[in-house]
Every structure is written in C-alpha cells, then in structure tokens.
Design a protein around this ligand. Structure first.
Ligand code: CU
Length: 140
C-alpha cells in the first residue's frame, strides 16, 4: 500500500485528475441532464451532434423543439425523424454516433476536426434553453 501511495505523487495524481475530467462533461437544465455533448469530425460538410446520454429526471416528458450551433447553418433532427424530439419522463436516452439518434450539423462554415470545441444551443419545451460546449472527437 505504501508503494501505491508513493507512486501516486502530486504530479501523478494531478494528471490522473486531468485525464478523468477530460473524458466527460455534462450540463443540467431544468430536470434534464445532458451528458457529454460531442460531435464527429466532419465528412463532406456534415457532422453528427451526439450526447453520451440525455436523462429526463422530471415527472413529465419534455421535448427538444429546436437546436442551433455556432459552426453550422442548421441543426437537424436525426435522419428519418423530425423535431420536436420527445424525452420521456424519468428515462435516459443515448444519442450516440452509432445508434442513429444524433442530431445533424448541416452547412458547416468549415470542417470540424477532432479536438475542436464549439457551442450548441438546445431549446426544450419545459427545461428551456441549454447552452452546451460540444467536443469534437473521433467516435470510439
Ligand atoms: Cu464530456
């Protein structure tokens, strides 16, 4: 145990902390918790705007009415869906790059590359407006 303690010196612990905080960020608005907004690097002028999870802790369903982003002309509903998108009460949804639930960034001002950040604004019927910082990252 002493060895473990010594191995986790000040610098090591700080870097562990930085790694931990670099992997996730979340935003709370009303009864909603928006966990880890991220975007895929762009391909042919479009990219996906995803969330690791969106949880509605409220007793009533909420709806995403509109979304916008500083980097794109439009933020569209997932392919084959339309706004508003329902967020059922007391439930979590995964809006992941691999499950077809991500919003779509259309009309990008410039290509999005991994490591970049941008702001997106989501407008929910009950929770109101949420401004989130989106991390562009290679999906894994
Ligand atoms: Cu995050």
């Amino acid at each position: 145990m002493a060895g473990v303690k010594r191995a986790c010196g000040w610098v090591a612990c700080l870097s562990l902390l930085l790694v931990a905080t670099a992997q996730a960020h979340d935003f709370k608005v009303g009864a909603l918790r928006l966990d880890h907004p991220y975007a895929t690097p762009s391909q042919q002028g479009t990219a996906l705007l995803c969330f690791r999870e969106i949880r509605n802790n409220g007793a009533q369903a909420d709806h995403l009415r509109a979304a916008s982003a500083s980097v794109a002309q439009q933020v569209l509903a997932p392919e084959g869906q339309a706004l508003p998108l329902v967020l059922p009460a007391g439930a979590a949804q995964r809006w992941r790059h691999d499950n077809g639930n991500c919003l779509r960034l259309q009309g990008l001002a410039k290509p999005l590359a991994a490591g970049e950040r941008f702001e997106a604004i989501l407008n929910f019927e009950k929770a109101g407006e949420a401004r989130v910082n989106v991390w562009v990252q290679q999906p894994r």
